[in-house]
Design a protein around this ligand. Structure first.
Ligand SMILES: NC(=O)C1=CN([C@@H]2O[C@H](COP(=O)(O)OP(=O)(O)OC[C@H]3O[C@@H](n4cnc5c(N)ncnc54)[C@H](O)[C@@H]3O)[C@@H](O)[C@H]2O)C=CC1
Ligand SMILES: O=C(O)[C@H]1O[C@H](OP(=O)(O)OP(=O)(O)OC[C@H]2O[C@@H](n3ccc(=O)[nH]c3=O)[C@H](O)[C@@H]2O)[C@H](O)[C@@H](O)[C@@H]1O
Length: 480
């Protein structure tokens, strides 16, 4: 029986291994982690991450051919194939701080593999890493090898949170990069056989190591670039009376452009887009490619601009101050169908409003109060370290109230900001909300999910990203 061990039981390690176990009953899969709490949660009824469809497959496989454990060394030493799916956050200090990927967790995993292995292994990079990382990993493993042979493969993950299970069941492609040697090709074949249990052969792409590593960074950069492109257009739409939804529909109808991933928003969030683009920028700079680095940097700058622009709109529309005003925040997760808040635009928007002395009342169906308070007091980039290494609960913030219902959040509020596109927000009783708010009552839709005409008929002053401006907003001071 083939044995797989995955180091890192997070958003990637957990779902990907659950799907491998589900699709390959003859393979034994162990998912290990240094976080005792996370492993305990994987072994309980309350999984550590919210992901539609995940619970079902975990409960079907757990205890049969899927195991979650803190016995890292034992499981690594027994495995034939080791996936490494640990954090690769942005470095916060030293060389490359604020840009380069921090490979501390990866390196310690590699050293541990070398220490405990007693037979030949295939080591698979599942984490997103800078191009050429496999070379460094190879050096660590072979210099400590005791005669054991390692093959390093790059097998980046393309799942998106909120749709992880369907993405894993039906991937656009699986990418496997390896050495162009007989040993490397044999290892590629072994991993290919795992995926071939459910992925059609023509969707399994095999490349050299560096192409696979770089393709992952490139894919995230391209995706984020689309959002920054449409968000840049949204600012111009507001200035000219064009409607960004109509523009992206018209542009996306061109099959060369494609219609997906063109929704204007308050900005992209999530654990990876910014981190991976910063890493790409750093790699370009290290290779002397200043112009290329600047090109990709701009994707992040437009994203920051979009978040600032949104805050400025809120403040300027409400008579240039939100001091002492109650603002309801509906949605805190970085997108719907996840409880993940890493790099969510809501953090920047809330911090901006708190900076102008607003009183915030926040509701998200999947994010806990503790998480929100931590996020609003955590230093940039701290969020992507393993949970047990993150700062503990922060000091109490008086201007902040976290509630468990959209109606409670909006009661008595001067304005409401929609920051995550949760389905339940689309069917709220906005008449009831309007009746319970201060007047004039403002809606700032950062996800373009409300019917702005209907809301205007109720009496709201509505701002929707990239849509023709409400007469009220036109009369307010121009914003950056
Ligand atoms: N979150 C996502 O949707 C995607 C993430 N990725 C990449 O996958 C990697 C992992 O991301 P996530 O799963 O989101 O992170 P995560 O933070 O959810 O999970 C990483 C886990 O690794 C554990 N860990 C760290 N060092 C360890 C060690 N030495 N031994 C054992 N366990 C260790 C941590 O405790 C943590 O539970 C990152 O490189 C990320 O860029 C790639 C595609 C999608
Ligand atoms: O490497 C990763 O971590 C993953 O990053 C993204 O997945 P994810 O961040 O989970 O979610 P996305 O659906 O890509 O959304 C990212 C952000 O962009 C925003 N977005 C997305 C699409 C869009 O049209 N407009 C827009 O603002 C979302 O609201 C969200 O804040 C990629 O889509 C995955 O392919 C990749 O594997």
């Amino acid at each position: 029986m083939v044995k797989i061990c995955c180091i890192g039981a997070g958003y990637v390690g957990g779902p990907t291994m659950a799907v491998i176990a589900f699709k390959c009953p003859a393979i034994e899969v162990a998912v290990v982690d240094i976080s005792v709490a996370r492993i305990a949660a994987w072994n309980s009824d309350q999984l550590p991450i919210y992901e539609p469809g995940l619970e079902d497959i975990v409960t079907q496989c757990r205890g049969k051919n899927l195991f979650f454990s803190t016995e890292v060394e034992k499981n690594v030493s027994e495995a034939d194939i080791i996936f490494v799916s640990v954090n690769t956050p942005t470095k916060t200090r030293g060389l490359g701080a604020g840009k380069a990927a921090d490979l501390t967790y990866w390196e310690s995993a590699a050293r541990m593999i070398a220490d405990v292995s007693k037979n030949d292994k295939i080591v698979v990079e599942k984490s997103t890493v800078p191009v050429k990382t496999a070379e460094a990993i190879e050096k660590i493993l072979t210099h400590n090898s005791n005669g054991i042979k390692y093959q390093i493969l790059s097998n980046p993950e393309f799942l998106a949170e909120g749709t992880a299970i369907q993405d894993l069941f039906n991937p656009d492609r699986v990418l496997i990069g390896g050495r162009e040697t007989p040993g490397g090709q044999k290892a590629i074949q072994a991993l290919k056989e795992v995926y071939a249990h459910w992925v059609p052969e023509d969707r399994i792409i095999c490349t050299n190591l560096w192409s696979a590593e770089l393709s992952k960074l490139a894919a995230n950069a391209f995706l984020a670039q689309r959002i920054s492109s449409v968000n840049a257009m949204s600012a111009l739409c507001e200035a000219t009376g064009a409607d960004v939804t109509q523009v992206s529909h018209a542009v996306g109808k061109d099959t060369r452009v494609g219609s997906k991933f063109l929704n204007a928003s308050v900005g992209f969030g999530g654990s990876c887009f910014q981190k991976d683009i910063l890493s790409l920028v750093y790699i370009c700079e290290c290779n002397g490619l200043k112009e290329v680095a600047n090109y990709w940097k701009q994707v992040i700058q437009v994203n920051d601009y979009q978040k600032n622009r949104f805050v400025n709109r809120v403040v300027s529309s409400m008579f240039n101050t939100v001091s002492g005003k109650k603002i309801a925040i509906l949605g805190f997760a970085f997108k719907k169908d996840t409880g993940d808040t890493r790099e969510t635009p809501a953090i920047d928007v809330c911090k901006g409003l708190l900076g102008d002395n607003a009183n915030l009342s926040i509701y998200d169906p999947q994010v806990t109060e503790d998480q929100i308070r931590k996020d609003l007091s955590m230093k940039k980039f701290d969020w992507d370290n393993p949970i047990h290494l993150q700062p503990m609960s922060p000091t109490v913030m008086k201007q902040l109230n976290v509630v468990w219902d959209a109606y409670a959040a909006t009661k008595g509020a001067h304005g409401l900001c929609l920051l995550t596109e949760w389905d339940e927000f689309k069917t709220l009783d906005f008449k009831k909300i309007y009746d319970n708010m201060q007047k004039p009552a403002f809606v700032f839709d950062g996800r373009n999910i409300v019917d702005e005409q209907k809301l205007r008929e109720i009496g709201f002053i509505v701002y929707s990203i990239g849509k023709p401006l409400d007469g009220w907003l036109k009369d307010m001071p121009a914003v950056a």
